[in-house]
Design a protein around this ligand. Structure first.
Ligand SMILES: Nc1ncnc2c1ncn2[C@@H]1O[C@H](COP(=O)(O)O)[C@@H](OP(=O)(O)O)[C@H]1O
Ligand SMILES: [Mg+2]
Length: 438
């Protein structure tokens, strides 16, 4: 058909894979937080018994304060103009989330560099899980608790420790514990060493059911484990829900080039890899390099003509129906081949305009998990994009660990969304009517 048969073959991880384009680890892409930037256990003990006063939003820095920006004045001017309650600030939570995701990125990079068959297991649903998935989850849960001590901590995360508690997994548990402790001790910030039992407990603090009330962290410690194992794209995806809404998100993408992923092979052969995207409700989306460059604001593509658009989809055909995406692309008149990469790195690349459309259509029966979309959702939304289900409804993250959808997820800019929705509806109708689906 037009698009698929068309212009060129899909752009896949084989092209985008940093290992195939350039030396993958050509320079250190991580810098640890400065000593003293975090907490030691003594401080943690102190802080856990002293509730911190939450700063009103308008006391944040003016550059990241939409409240002040809207008024065109300084934060204090903004404060004095309003006597109504200030919007809630999530700046401390966002800073903690970034710290946690950075440390987890470092752990994942270390594992990906020299992964061994013994580092990989198969879960009950046959999907792979590695020591890095477990280590990343343990580390993030621990750092969030240390940075934000409070009486309530709720984490909805992908992994649990059931398989690790079996006798046969003891060597694996030892490796994970060693990894986590190595990262912690190299950080200069968290001077502690965990026992195996503490690592298991940290992993298991991700069992929350989430829901419409209160605050819940949402974590995919490695999104795109299959990509991670191939040496391709993956992401550490961390978000926070407040009263059922995603209010902040961080996407660390250790293999994503700092420049457009689509130009990696052509122009930016030596471009640095490793980005971290972050977003807070109402404050826009930012990108910085994992080695700590200045943050820059990102925006989704402003393309209005579908013919000029390109689209992202899963690398794995088992995760999304490539035939359906290509039918949608053909209806829209998209000429570029699909860009197939793993993980929420797709949302990250969308957020900075590397492509204009992201299509995800799981096969029948698959239930989407909130950790596969929460961070990507807020990063793209704050970058000016729209994420919806295939009927145009907003995603609802308040219903527990799953998103209740039965079609798919689509994402683009505001201008293209009506056209995209129409093409999606038409293609889905055709698919339903096609003899092969009966
Ligand atoms: N049959 C399926 N259909 C759709 N998504 C699936 C799937 N099996 C696994 N996934 C999810 O797809 C995620 C990867 O997304 P992508 O295809 O965009 O790379 C996986 O995340 P994990 O790697 O964290 O398990 C997993 O949650
Ligand atoms: Mg995962």
């Amino acid at each position: 058909m037009g698009m698929a048969s068309g212009i060129s073959r899909p752009v896949t991880a084989a092209c985008i894979n940093p290992s195939s384009c350039r030396p993958r680890y050509h320079r250190p892409i991580f810098s640890f937080p400065q000593p003293g930037a975090g907490l030691n256990l003594q401080r943690l003990f102190f802080r856990s018994f002293h509730f911190r006063r939450r700063l009103p939003h308008s006391l944040g820095t003016s550059s990241e304060d939409p409240f002040a920006q809207r008024l065109g004045g300084s934060p204090s001017e903004a404060m004095s103009s309003f006597s109504s309650p200030s919007p809630v600030s999530y700046s401390e939570e966002l800073a903690a989330a970034k710290k946690a995701a950075l440390l987890a990125s470092h752990l994942c990079q270390k594992v990906q560099k020299s992964i061994m068959p013994s580092d990989v297991q198969s879960k009950a649903d046959k999907s792979p899980v590695t020591v890095a998935d477990y280590g990343s989850q343990a580390l993030i849960s621990l750092v969030l608790k240390m940075e934000l001590p409070s009486l309530s901590f709720s984490l909805v995360a992908e992994e649990d420790s059931v398989d690790l508690r079996k006798d046969v997994a003891h060597e694996t548990l030892k490796s994970i514990t060693k990894l986590v402790n190595e990262i912690l001790s190299a950080s200069d910030t968290y001077k502690l060493s965990l026992s195996e039992e503490e690592v298991l407990d940290a992993i298991d603090s991700g069992k929350s059911e989430g829901g419409p009330h209160g605050r819940h962290w949402v974590l995919d410690p490695i999104d795109g484990t299959k990509g991670f194992l191939r040496g391709d794209q993956y992401a550490i995806a961390l978000a926070m829900l407040d009263e059922g809404k995603v209010v902040l998100g961080v996407l660390a993408c250790p293999n994503l080039p700092l420049f457009s992923i689509r130009s990696t092979c052509d122009q930016s052969f030596n471009s640095e890899i490793g980005c971290i995207f972050s977003a807070c409700l109402g404050s826009g989306a930012l990108m910085e390099s994992l080695n700590g460059s200045t943050a820059t604001k990102v925006h989704v593509s402003t393309i209005e003509a579908p013919a000029d658009a390109s689209f992202f989809e899963s690398f794995e055909a088992a995760h999304s129906m490539h035939d359906l995406s290509s039918s949608i692309a053909e209806k829209l008149g998209v000429r570029a081949p699909p860009v197939r990469i793993d993980s929420q790195a797709k949302y990250a690349a969308m957020a900075r305009g590397d492509g204009a459309i992201y299509l995800r259509f799981p096969h029948k029966g698959y239930r989407e998990k909130i950790w596969d979309h929460a961070a990507g959702f807020i990063v793209v939304s704050e970058a000016g994009g729209v994420v919806s289900d295939a009927a145009g409804n907003e995603l609802d993250f308040s219903r527990g660990r799953h998103l209740d959808l039965d079609t798919g997820i689509i994402c683009t800019n505001k201008k293209l969304m009506p056209l995209l929705l129409k093409a999606v509806q038409d293609s889905l109708k055709e698919k339903l009517q096609s003899p092969s689906t009966h």
